[in-house]
Every structure is written in C-alpha cells, then in structure tokens.
Design a protein around this ligand. Structure first.
Ligand code: NDP
Length: 267
C-alpha cells in the first residue's frame, strides 16, 4: 500500500503542504500520497485515529489543531515539549505516535541559509504566540548574546520567557532601545497589513529583519517597512515554511529533501 501523509487543519484548502511534499517526493524518488484533512471542531483525535488506521504514516498539523496534536501524541520531542504544540505526527514502528515541532528548527535552518547566524547576536523577538514559543528553544541553542521578547500582552511575554530563566528578557514596546542586530517579527500583524507598535529607530538600527509571515512576492508589511527604513537584509518566512516541511519529511522517511531547490522552485 502507498504510504499516506496529510496536513490537518481548518481551513486547509489554502495549504501549500501537498505541493511542497509532492515536490520533495519527486526529488527523493519516493512514491507517496499527501492529502489534506479538514478537521471539524472537536474532531482532531477522531480524524487522526481514522487516518492512522487506514495507511497514514505521518501528518502535518496546522491552525487550529497544534495543541490538539500535542495532546494526541503518545511521545513528544523536546522541541514539541518546549513549544507546547505539535506540527508533525509520526506513526512509529512500535505503534506509538510521536509528536514533533519542526517550526523552530525550520526557522533556524532558514536563517543559516540566509547566512544570518544568531550566535553572539542581540536578538529582538516580537510576539509571544505559538510561533514565538516554537522558535525560542532552537534559537537559544544557537547561543545568541541576548534575546528580548516584546509583546502587547505582557503576561504572555512573561510566561514565554519564564521557562528560560535569565537567558531571555522581557520588555514593553516603549522601553526598547535601538540595540538589536536581528529583529524577528513573530506576530501575525502582517496578516492584516498592520505593523507591531515598534519605534522606527529600533528597527532602523538592526542589520537584519525577518518576518515569519510569508507572501508570494516575498515582501510583507513588516519587511516592506524595514526596507523603507534602510535595513538591508530583510526576509519573509517562506524559507521557514519549506525548511520545516523538509524536517517533517526527514522525520517520516529518514531522508532530508533539498530544501534550497524547493525554495527556488516555488519562488
Ligand atoms: P498567534 O495567534 O499564536 O499569536 C499572535 C501574536 O501576534 C501575538 O503575540 C499577538 O500579540 C501578536 N499580534 C497580532 N497582531 C498584532 C499587531 N497588530 N501588533 C502587535 N502584535 C500583534 O499566532 P502564531 O504565533 O501562530 O503566528 C504568528 C505568525 O507566524 C503568523 O503570521 C503566522 O503566519 C507565522 N508563522 C509562519 C510559519 C512559517 O512556516 N513561515 C510557521 C508558523 C507561524 P498579543 O498577544 O499582544 O495579542
């Protein structure tokens, strides 16, 4: 039987994952099926049970099911544990379901592809939602000089930083100084064409800006603003999307597809 994979979420029709994984399969010479599963509210476990009992080997999980996937997994990787969310499930040989979170490692892999190395850098992380939580652990593994989290809702920022002790500091938007090398937008502001309430001088002083959100033309509201302020190295999250997918593929099939080729193909 052909190995089955899928992405679970709601909505799901817009997802690029089927195209990305079909392309990976063609690069790796694999014969597999990758579909979409629209998950009605409250039915994640039911849909997963049915998928895994009908040839499903693994799946990606997107909004709003990442917490449900975390609860569904029998075992979690340290990345899924620290993120408190799962974007990849794998049926293991012992029948147990492993939950991983490849978003953060995908983000780091993309930074490195772009020759943006976090080691020794002062980093400002804007946002304290699911994506910010997912990237914090892999980001700290890169040994940055400092990481500051800023978020409108301070309680969420404090909660996120708490797990990491002194390594991470929390600031209010109006307290930030112009002292960061890399500014990462992990808010969903660009989705609505908005900007986080960051003073221009904080962004202007940075040498690089990265927006986790991605757009077809590669320019988001946030990166457009950074470009206008003179920041030379600006990137959207499309590379991260491909990289996290490549890491899921590797978890399932033991081979990492050429993500660089896929980025060039889809861009
Ligand atoms: P959540 O809904 O969990 O969190 C949203 C965050 O955005 C919160 O910190 C919220 O702040 C903040 N926010 C929203 N609007 C604004 C605004 N106008 N000004 C300031 N802050 C704002 O979303 P996620 O963390 O899951 O996703 C964040 C982004 O990351 C999305 O754009 C998503 O598309 C992207 N993403 C990209 C991936 C990729 O592969 N490239 C993978 C995963 C996510 P507050 O708490 O104060 O409301």
């Amino acid at each position: 039987m052909t190995d089955r994979y899928a992405v679970f979420g709601n909505p799901i029709a817009h997802s690029m994952s089927p195209q990305i994984h079909a392309y990976f399969a063609s690069l790796c010479g694999d014969d597999l099926e990758y579909g979409t599963v629209l998950v009605p509210a409250g039915e994640f476990a039911k849909q997963c049970d049915s998928f895994f009992s009908h040839g499903g080997r693994g799946c990606n999980v997107t909004v709003p099911c990442k917490l449900d996937a975390c609860a569904y997994a029998d075992e979690l990787t340290p990345y899924a544990q620290s993120a408190g969310a799962v974007n990849t499930l794998k049926l293991q040989n012992d029948g147990k379901i492993l939950g991983d979170n490849t978003d953060g490692r995908g983000f780091i892999a993309d930074l490195k592809r772009l020759k943006l190395y976090p080691e020794g850098k002062r980093i400002l992380l804007i946002g304290a939602g699911g994506a910010a939580k997912g990237i914090m652990h892999p980001l700290l593994e890169e040994k940055p000089a400092a990481v500051t989290v800023v978020n409108r809702n301070m309680d969420k920022a404090v909660e996120l930083a708490k797990a990491y002790g002194k390594e991470v500091t929390v600031c209010r938007y109006d307290e930030l100084k112009a002292e960061y090398d890399l500014v990462i937008n992990a808010t969903s502001s660009s989705l609505n064409g908005a900007l986080p309430p960051l003073e221009d001088e904080v962004l202007r002083a940075a040498s690089a800006a990265y927006d986790l959100m991605y757009k077809k033309d590669g320019v988001t509201t946030f990166t457009q603003h950074a470009i206008e302020l003179g920041v030379t190295d600006c990137h959207d999250g499309f590379g991260m999307l491909i990289m996290q997918a490549a890491l899921s593929y590797e978890l399932w099939r033991g081979v990492r597809p050429d993500a660089g080729k896929a980025i060039a193909h889809f861009r």
